[in-house]
Design a protein. Structure first.
Length: 284
């Protein structure tokens, strides 16, 4: 099938980035939020982002206008009914996602592909909220922040996903200008499966006195060529976000490498969530 119209659920940081990227690639995009206020806030973020691209000369003023013209906001699920693919980027709560998909399944045309941008939850657990036919057209599309700049998208296949649907999703990722990697529906997929234990180990190293915050970060930057150290990365991702993902992965695998270190838990409880709260391992 050919994808022409894209629906996006959520206009927060990830949803707005996905919407902007799809519109930039030439797709008509409908973004659904729970309130007009949240929708307007998300669209202001998109407009600022497009303005920055225009200032840098990455896009022309004409392209900027065209991209914005392909974007439409709504608070009504029914406005997504004729979309060819709907990408969900709402709160990372399984019950909320399942309820959302249940409502959409009754409204959308049979051909519509459902995709979740979840970074850690099971795609299979989500799809069971929909009809048997829809379950074959259910995938994961995990983008990375900031979506307009990051080239990667994990395309996640379940044991029920139709092969033709999966190939359509991979092709869609390419049309968005991304590099798709194929992943199976295992908690954490590829990136978080490898990244989360690395970040948790950096906290354990700090707890054990292996090195200071700065020394641990510099060692990994200069010794391994990483663009930023693991503790800086934790601040960027959000300590609360990492803690939440680690708990989900530990519940799934029961492997100690996914267990959140006590220091991480204490910092999250103390409100030190990283850049977004003004303080994590560093002060901002």
């Amino acid at each position: 099938m050919e994808i022409k119209k894209v629906g996006v659920l959520g206009c927060g940081l990830m949803g707005s980035g996905i919407a902007q990227t799809a519109a930039t690639a030439g797709f008509d995009v409908v973004v659904r939020e729970v309130s007009d206020e949240l929708c307007e806030r998300g669209f202001k973020g998109i407009e600022k982002s497009l303005a920055r691209f225009a200032e840098k000369g990455t896009i022309t003023a004409e392209q900027q206008t065209g991209i914005r013209g392909r974007l439409r906001g709504t608070t009504n699920f029914a406005d997504l009914a004729d979309c060819d693919i709907i990408i969900e980027a709402i709160i990372e709560n399984l019950d909320t996602k399942r309820d959302t998909y249940r409502q959409l399944d009754e409204l959308c045309k049979p051909e519509t592909i459902f995709a979740s941008n979840t970074s850690s939850l099971s795609i299979t657990e989500m799809l069971t909220a929909t009809s048997l036919e829809r379950q074959k057209r259910f995938i994961g599309l995990h983008f990375f922040n900031p979506v307009p700049l990051m080239k990667l998208v994990e395309v996640v296949k379940t044991i029920l996903t139709d092969e033709a649907v999966y190939e359509t999703a991979v092709d869609f990722g390419k049309r968005l200008g991304k590099v798709p990697v194929r992943a199976s529906d295992k908690t954490g997929f590829i990136v978080n499966r490898l990244l989360v234990p690395y970040m948790l180990d950096s906290v354990r190293a700090l707890e054990e006195g292996v090195g200071s915050i700065v020394d641990i970060d510099n060692a990994m930057k200069l010794g391994c060529g990483y663009p930023m150290g693991p503790l800086t990365l934790l601040d960027f991702v959000g300590l609360d976000t990492t803690y939440y993902i680690a708990n989900i992965m530990f519940d799934e695998y029961k492997d100690p490498m996914f267990a959140a270190p006590p220091l991480l838990k204490c910092m999250v409880l103390a409100g030190k969530h990283g850049r977004k709260s003004g303080e994590g391992f560093y002060k901002y």
